[in-house]
Design a protein around this ligand. Structure first.
Ligand SMILES: Nc1ncnc2c1ncn2[C@@H]1O[C@H](COP(=O)(O)OP(=O)(O)OP(=O)(O)O)[C@@H](O)[C@H]1O
Length: 248
């Protein structure tokens, strides 16, 4: 028997709007994110990447089908239980960092646990701070840090409660290539050295090449999967979807 994936979707459909303006953003996606792996989600603009991530993470609901974190089906949870699940079992990294400007780096990192009333594990927090390389910045505020440093804080915050899965939405979208590479290296270390699970939406083939696997979406459907991606192979694959789109 194979282990339960960290997150998975079965026959996932998401429809926005209705009538003439109806959009099927997800059109029957069945997909699992294995634990202990770094997965990138790619596809042309409008292919449903963000929708898939939001529905898989419990930030949005499916029109039909199921989304699971571990063995928990999200559609069966009420708002309160869903909020708790997101807080305790899922980590998030967004393009815009989303740190609280009035809190220090250290306070930002432990904020989700403080909100949940859980006690941060000092050894784990220290290991995280070491990995993100911000030990000398713990009492600074986000405004005193570079974009790359802020995103490293956001990665540490996402990992602080040892969530079952971290979802990252274009985490390098606001960073220069060097800071972006640092953040991607950090996500990779979280997976390969700290046993975490990361699912990342990205437009950037170079970013996707940091993942163990790339999942391709096209028109709201699963269009392919690539193991051990390279930026070049990812780019070629994306071009093939563009050519199919142009031929329609
Ligand atoms: N709240 C919404 N209301 C209506 N349509 C939406 C909404 N959110 C997304 N869509 C539509 O659903 C489809 C998929 O959007 P989604 O943002 O998931 O794609 P994406 O692959 O993440 O795109 P991008 O790469 O441009 O960010 C698009 O056609 C989009 O216009």
């Amino acid at each position: 028997m194979t282990a339960t994936p960290a997150a998975h979707l079965t026959a996932a459909v998401k429809v926005y709007g209705g009538g003439d303006t109806e959009v099927r953003a997800l059109d029957g996606v069945t997909l699992g994110f294995e634990a202990g792996r770094f997965t990138a989600i790619m596809g042309p603009s409008g292919s449903g990447k963000s929708t898939l991530m939001h529905c898989a993470a419990g930030l949005d609901t499916l029109t039909s089908g199921q989304a699971y974190i571990g063995g928990t089906e999200l559609g069966s949870l009420g708002d309160k239980k869903l909020t708790l699940l997101r807080r305790e079992r899922v980590g998030f990294v967004f393009q815009a960092f989303n740190l609280l400007p009035t809190l220090t780096v250290a306070e930002n990192i432990t904020l989700p646990q403080d909100l949940a009333g859980s006690r941060p594990d000092p050894e784990w927090t220290a290991a995280l701070i070491d990995v993100v390389g911000l030990g000398d910045r713990l009492h600074h505020r986000p405004g005193e840090l570079s974009g790359g440093q802020q995103q490293r804080v956001a990665v540490a915050r996402a990992l602080a409660s040892r969530p079952e899965v971290v979802f990252a939405d274009e985490p390098t979208g606001n960073l220069d290539s060097r800071s972006g590479a640092e953040v991607l290296g950090l996500l990779g270390r979280a997976v390969h050295e700290m046993g975490r699970t990361v699912v990342m939406v990205t437009h950037d083939p170079v970013a996707a090449a940091h993942a163990d696997e790339v999942v391709f979406l096209a028109d709201g459907r699963l269009a392919g999967r690539m193991q051990q991606p390279t930026a070049e192979r990812v780019l070629d694959q994306l071009k093939s979807y563009d050519r199919k789109e142009a031929a329609r």
